[in-house]
Design a binder for this molecule. Structure first.
Ligand code: NAP
Ligand code: MG
Length: 497
């Protein structure tokens, strides 16, 4: 059978066996009391699996297993090159299980199979490889000190790291946490989103099989509760979170109410994409602007959800943009030709449709605006574009996390910068121009963790720190800087005489 066919994936889905239990101390376990929640597929609304609904007893068991493993040194005490070898085996196994993991991700989150096989799963394997490869190369410092001293500055694993992650890139966002955390020698308790728990659960077995000792990598799926329990836990040393700004604020409070665990937050965004009249390639810019908001159904923290276009080129640019947007047609995510899949669940579908209703009242609808393919039982929304009046609109201010683009017109560079920065968020931004000075000056003034010039969403390699200014979060994923989140700095001063 042709691997690149809908039939191939449907066939594979029909015979797929799905694990839904939590993974604690090296084994799959039911949640205490056998509690489960329904894991549905947004492709057709049908039940995929009953998944363990972890509660306090399960979270406690996972955290104590992680603590025991950490204290025993079974992982934290390995030489860096030993951890590296095991992590590389795990990454290789993730690649060997590519089809299965990609299929699970597609069924669970509605993402196109073309993306889960090319971005999500290989991206997670690459992340594990990258931090594995790095960990036997990064060292500490011998700091200048008074003559009678030797001064060492070293980094040590922090202990038990809880990772609470979202549903838009389930395996990939999780890997950005557990990759550096495990490489640095920590134990991890991973809490996937209730909307997309399946790949995390499957990964745990692959981790154990690759040689990651029992207790070092635990997964506690659940519906809402385990994230909060982990954030309030007295024996979790660090909580790495990716999700909404509202929940991020709660997590900081939970840390304050419990043990002041280190909290790292990757949160929402409302990223501006600025197109100047001297944009070097309008076709490329229009395609990128469409991709920036319609790729992954707009369920992107970096979504270029505010398109700022100079008045002189607005009409010609919008024609190109709308043509580019039409190439994102919602289709069956299992079809390898599908470029736009399903919205993750009914709750999110209704949230996005609610924003579209608000947009119709305040702004001019240029494209889309409807739920489609309802007969499938799944959750699909067509690419939607609004032109925003000078007075503004809710759709242009709030994060929607769906395929809804706001187009804003500007007249001067200063105005574009002011509008771009007029947001509580600061995750990413882009500017398109042929003028080197404008490119650099605008980049400097944009208050965002990532700025793209004449591109959008570039940076598939691990070398660039990823995270937000303002209410888009703190700390950075990816790059060697990510290791800073999962280590404590120690100064050791040795008196010689
Ligand atoms: P979310 O509702 O904040 O949920 C994120 C995670 O937190 C889930 O695992 C969720 O568990 C858990 N959670 C919910 N309530 C909690 C609480 N009171 N205490 C502790 N944990 C809790 O966000 P989402 O809807 O999954 O994801 C969308 C958001 O993530 C967007 O705002 C997006 O911008 C952001 N995001 C940011 C980045 C980035 O790198 N900056 C990347 C991707 C996504 P349940 O699923 O069980 O509710
Ligand atoms: Mg799901």
């Amino acid at each position: 059978m042709d691997k690149k066919s809908l039939a191939f994936w449907q066939d594979k889905a029909a015979t797929l066996s799905i694990e839904g239990r939590a993974f604690i101390d090296g084994e799959y376990r039911d949640a205490e009391g056998g509690r489960t929640f329904d894991c549905l597929s947004p492709i057709d609304g049908k039940l995929l699996a009953k998944v363990a609904d972890s509660g306090a007893a399960d979270v406690d068991a996972a955290v104590s297993a992680a603590r025991r493993a950490f204290d025993s040194g079974v992982w934290s005490g390995l030489n860096p090159r030993q951890r590296k070898a095991i992590l590389l085996r795990w990454a290789a196994s993730i690649r060997e299980h590519m089809d299965e993991l990609a299929l699970l991700e597609t069924l669970d989150a509605g993402k196109p199979i073309a993306d889960t096989t090319s971005v999500d799963v290989p991206g997670a394997a690459y992340c594990v490889e990258w931090f594995a490869e790095a960990i036997d190369k990064v060292g500490g410092e011998v700091a200048p000190a008074d003559h009678h001293l030797v001064g060492l500055v070293t980094r040590e694993p922090i202990g038990v790291v809880a990772a609470v992650v979202p549903w838009n890139f389930p395996i990939l966002m999780a890997s950005w946490k557990f990759g550096p955390a495990l490489a640095a020698g920590n134990s991890v308790v991973l809490k996937p989103s209730e909307k997309s728990p399946l790949t995390a659960i499957r990964l745990a077995q692959l981790a154990l099989d690759a040689g990651i000792p029992a207790g070092v990598f635990n997964v506690v799926p659940g519906a809402g509760e385990p994230g909060k329990l982990l954030a309030l836990h007295q024996d979790v040393d660090c909580l790495a979170f990716t999700g909404s700004t509202n929940v991020g604020k709660l997590i900081m409070q939970y840390a304050g109410q419990s043990n002041l665990k280190r909290v790292w937050l990757e949160l929402g965004g409302k990223s501006p994409n600025i197109v100047m009249p001297d944009c070097p390639d309008m076709d490329r810019a229009a395609n990128a602007a469409a991709g920036a908001i319609f790729y992954n159904m707009g369920e992107m923290c970096t979504a270029g959800s505010r398109l700022l276009v100079h008045r002189d080129i607005k009409d010609v640019f919008l024609d190109k943009l709308i043509a580019a947007a039409r190439s994102y047609t919602p289709g069956n995510p299992l079809d390898p030709n599908t470029s736009m899949g399903a919205i993750v669940d009914k709750v999110q579908l209704e949230r996005v449709l609610g924003y579209i209703e608000a947009g119709r009242a305040e702004a001019k609808l240029l494209l889309g605006g409807a739920r489609v393919k309802e007969e499938t039982g799944g959750f699909y929304i067509e690419p939607t574009i609004f032109e925003i009046p000078a007075s503004g609109a809710k759709v242009a201010r709030e994060e929607i996390f769906g395929p809804v683009l706001s187009v804003i017109t500007f007249d001067t560079v200063e105005e574009a910068i002011r509008i771009a920065n007029d947001s509580e968020y600061g995750l990413a931004a882009a500017v398109w121009t042929s003028n080197l000075t404008i490119a650099h000056e605008v980049s400097r003034k944009l208050r965002a963790g990532t700025v793209w010039v004449n591109c959008y969403d570039e940076g598939g390699d691990m070398n660039f720190p990823f995270g937000g200014y303002k209410q888009s979060g703190n700390g950075r994923d990816k790059s060697l800087h990510a290791l800073e989140k999962y280590t404590e700095l120690k100064s050791t001063l040795v008196r010689l005489r």
